[in-house]
Ligand binder design. Sequence first.
Ligand SMILES: *Cc1c(COP(=O)(O)O)cnc(C)c1O
Length: 470
Amino acid sequence: MTPDEFRRAGHAVVDWIADYWATLERRPVTSPDPPGALAAALPAGPTEHGEPVDAVLADLDALVAPRLTHWQHPGFFGYFPANTSGPSVLGDLVSSGLGVQGMLWATGPAATELETAMLDWLADLLDLPKRFRSTGSGGGVIQDSASSATLVATLAALHRAGGGRWRRAGVDRRYRVYASTQAHSSVEKAALIAGLGEQGVRPVEVDPETLAMDPAALRAAIEADLAAGEVPALVVATIGTTSTTAVDPLPEIGAICAEHGVWLHVDAAYAGAAAVCPELRWSHAGLEYADSYCFDPHKWLLTGFDCDAFWVADRASLIEALTVLPEYLRNAASESGAVIDYRDWQVPLGRRFRALKLWFVLRWYGVEGLRTHIRTGVALADRFADRVRADERFELAAAHPFSLVCFRLQAGDEASARLLARVNATGRVHLTQTRVSGRYTLRLAVGSPFTTQTHVDEAWELLSAAADEE
Ligand SMILES: *Cc1c(COP(=O)(O)O)cnc(C)c1O
């Protein structure tokens, strides 16, 4: 493809995306087709002779788009949002065009330096503790996901807990990781990958009202393990749990970690974005205790997947844990000690130039635009929660400090499950479910930049009408 052919086809692709966004609202949010429908529609293999991009776009329209779950749809309220936006897509396009592999500073100096700058900007934007800045002992890096952030935090914590023995001799099976029963499954996965086994993870009880970690239960678990000769290595606290957006009490948890020298990782995958708004920063109180912290701009901050922002207070622990230096990667800049080589901050060697999409997003929206996006989501969730509260057939199942509302029918689990199936079958909205204290609960998460009051009101009308059928 020559640059001129690329120019023509590229314009057509950008038009295709713009048309997709403009027509999203008219599409059903999820596909009604059974499994295997796309596979059956595809040819058995590639064509012998090349085809124009127009032919691919035609098949995107005919075959692929109708069989998607449309995450950017204004009626998509499932899971947590996975925002994208025009500036994010354009930044990613530039990154693809550059094709830079930024594993070392030397293999893409601007890719590394822009990433460091963007993570420092983001740290300012969220008002994170000073020690996470690259100008001090810490620093930030983009991971593909919060799951990877938890994994590298686990490895750094094991390294620190063992005073370097972990690197030489492998995992000590006495290390223990603590997280609440509401923590994300990635905590257990990280412990499994790190070789600790399921027995290495201690689930800590939560307060039955707030669903946040009970600090007394954490203290008891750590002290019991210490008495048994085990080694508490890591506590993972959550700001905004996946099920209900509960906020673990960092001031108490942090004090316990400090007392016992345990690494504190804070997982704010979805709710971290809220801290761009000063009035929502209460959720980050106590973060000064954290050794590491992450949130996903790819969830609620208008940046397309994948983009997890991860910070450490002491970058040396992370780098010492992960660095392996073969001859073919040696270079003068690395040896000078004056540069960051992000390959030592993550699991893979290679890395995309993901800071570009953040740069495009931060510049296009500005602080003001980002705050407006978060505030809109919170206000729409409040509006929806008011409807639920005012209707005696329904009840709220948890607090809704951000843009997720958990609710259910008073009539019980089966009625609530039928309600979810009925509203999702309309194709106008998509909600998902969880269990709160054992009870079936619907989740409505607001976050698409295309979602307005009209869409949230429509979701409520559909739910209310479906509830009439109970
Ligand atoms: C979504 C979520 C994750 C996982 O996010 P990925 O970036 O997809 O790995 C981790 N923790 C919490 C609290 C989450 O809500």
